[in-house]
Ligand binder design. Structure first.
Ligand code: RM4
Ligand code: MN
Ligand code: MN
Length: 400
C-alpha cells in the first residue's frame, strides 16, 4: 500500500476512526454525467467542433460508459430532450444497460424554440404555456420508458425590462403549470426545480434563487425538490449554507456541479474554487445527505478542452472533495465548536482539506475495478483516437 494511503489510515486509527468507513462511503458514491457535456457546445460566440464528438445519444452513452469504466463511480447519465430524442426509446434504455449504465434525470428543454421568446411556463400566451407543459408531459413519458425517476426542470423564463410583464402574473402562471406537471409525475418520480440568478433573462428571472424554487416546491408537494447548480448564484453567495438549509427543510433534490469565475461559466467542477467544493461536501457529510436520495449530477460545457477527459477530471474532483470531507475529525470539531475555539475549529476543516487524498481515491477506484489513474489510462487507452476515426462522417451532436 502506498505511503500516502498509510499515512491517512494511521491518522484515522490514532483517533479511533477507521479508514474502512471512508472507503465504503467512497465506493458508494455515484455521480451522474450529462449527455450534453459530450456533444459539441460552446459559448454564444463560437462552438469549436472536436474530433470524435458523438453524433447521437447512443454515442454519448458510449462516452459516458468510458468515464464510468475508468472512474467506477459514474453509473448514470442525464438526458436532455429533444437533444437526446431517438426514434426508439427502448433501444436507448437497452444500450445503456448493455454499457453498464442507467438513464438518470430527464431534462426538458424549454429555451430554444422561437415560441419561447417571452418564456415557456410563464409566457403571457396560453398557447405557448400549453406547448411547454405538453413537452414536459412528453418528457415524463420518456422517463417512464427509459427507467428514469426524475424530471429536472430549468426554465429560462424571465423578463429583460421592468414593466415588460407582470411579475406577479408570471408567478401565477408558473405555479399553475407546475401543478399540472407535478400531477402527471409517475409514482416514485421526482421533480427537480432548478433556479438561476440571471441569463438569458437580464432583469427578472422567474425562478431566480433557492427561495423562489423552495416556495414552489413546498406548494407542489413532497416529490418536488430544489436543484442547486453551482454556477447559478450571485458572486460571493455561501452555497454550502444554502445546501445545508435546503437539506434541513427536506428539499435538497440534487446538484448540477460545475465551477465558475464570473457567471454561469460551466467549467470543470473544482477547477476554480476547490475549497468551495470541499465546503459543500463537508456540509453534505455533516447533515448525512449521502444516506438519502440527493442526486449528484455534473452540468458542464467543454468548449476548448477535450470533453471526455474533462468529464473524467470532474468526477475525480468530486471524489476527492468527498474524500476530504469524510476525513474531517468531527468529534474534535464539535469539541472546538462547543468550546468556542474559533481557530482550532477552522484548522480542523482546513487540515482535512489539505490532506492528499489521491492515493486513497486511487485505491478505492481499483477496488471498484476501475483505474488507479483514470486520466493516464484514458490517454494511453486510445479511446479518443478510436472514436475520432469511427465518428469521422456525419454530423456531431451539438448544443445549437
Ligand atoms: C442552464 C442550466 C440547465 C442546463 C442548461 C443547458 O444554464 O444550467 O441546467 O440544462 O443550462
Ligand atoms: Mn444546470
Ligand atoms: Mn447553468
Amino acid at each position: 500500500m502506498s505511503a500516502g494511503y498509510e499515512l491517512i489510515a494511521e491518522k484515522l486509527a490514532a483517533r479511533g476512526d477507521d479508514i474502512a468507513r471512508v472507503e465504503a462511503a467512497l465506493r458508494a458514491q455515484a455521480v451522474e454525467t450529462p449527455s450534453w457535456a459530450f456533444g459539441n457546445s460552446g459559448t454564444r460566440f463560437a462552438v469549436f467542433a472536436q474530433p470524435g464528438a458523438p453524433r447521437d445519444p447512443f454515442e454519448k452513452l458510449e462516452d459516458a460508459a468510458e468515464v464510468h469504466r475508468l472512474t467506477g463511480v459514474a453509473p448514470s447519465v442525464a438526458l436532455h430532450i429533444p437533444w437526446d430524442k431517438v426514434d426508439n426509446v427502448d433501444e436507448l434504455r437497452a444500450r445503456a444497460a448493455e454499457l453498464g449504465l442507467r438513464i438518470g434525470a430527464i431534462n426538458p428543454n424549454l429555451f430554444q424554440e422561437p415560441e419561447y421568446k417571452l418564456g415557456s411556463l410563464c409566457n403571457p400566451e396560453a398557447g405557448v404555456r400549453r406547448r411547454a407543459v405538453e413537452h414536459i408531459l412528453e418528457c415524463i413519458e420518456i422517463a417512464v420508458r427509459v427507467g428514469s425517476d426524475a424530471i429536472s426542470l430549468w426554465l429560462a423564463d424571465g423578463t429583460n425590462y421592468p414593466g415588460q410583464d407582470s411579475l406577479r402574473a408570471r408567478r401565477g402562471r408558473l405555479v399553475d403549470a407546475l401543478h399540472e406537471v407535478y400531477g402527471a409525475l409517475d409514482s416514485g418520480m421526482e421533480l427537480l426545480v432548478e433556479y438561476k440568478l440571471y441569463e438569458p433573462a437580464f432583469y427578472a428571472t422567474d425562478l431566480a434563487d433557492w427561495g423562489s424554487a423552495l416556495l414552489v416546491c413546498q406548494e407542489l408537494g413532497e416529490r418536488a425538490n430544489v436543484l442547486v447548480d453551482l454556477g447559478h448564484h450571485a458572486q460571493g453567495v455561501n452555497i454550502e449554507q444554502i445546501v445545508s438549509l435546503l437539506y434541513g427543510a427536506g428539499r435538497l433534490g440534487g446538484f448540477h456541479f460545475n465551477d465558475r469565475k464570473y457567471g454561469d461559466d460551466d467549467l470543470i467542477v473544482g477547477s476554480i474554487d476547490p475549497f468551495q467544493l470541499f465546503r459543500i461536501f463537508f456540509e453534505l457529510v455533516d447533515v448525512g445527505a449521502f444516506e438519502g436520495r440527493v442526486r449528484f449530477t455534473i452540468d458542464q460545457s467543454h468548449n476548448v478542452e477535450p470533453k471526455i477527459e474533462a468529464v473524467i477530471q470532474s468526477v475525480l474532483n468530486l471524489q476527492e472533495a468527498y474524500a476530504k470531507a469524510l476525513l474531517v475529525d468531527r468529534s474534535e470539531l464539535e469539541n472546538a465548536q462547543s468550546g468556542g475555539d474559533v481557530l482550532a475549529a477552522n484548522r480542523i476543516l482546513v487540515d482535512a482539506y489539505n490532506t492528499d487524498v489521491r492515493p486513497l481515491c486511487a485505491k478505492v477506484r481499483e477496488e471498484l475495478a476501475a483505474s488507479a489513474d483514470p486520466i493516464a489510462a484514458f490517454r494511453a487507452g486510445g479511446y479518443a483516437d478510436r472514436v475520432a476515426q469511427a465518428r469521422m462522417h456525419g454530423t456531431a451532436a451539438a448544443w445549437i
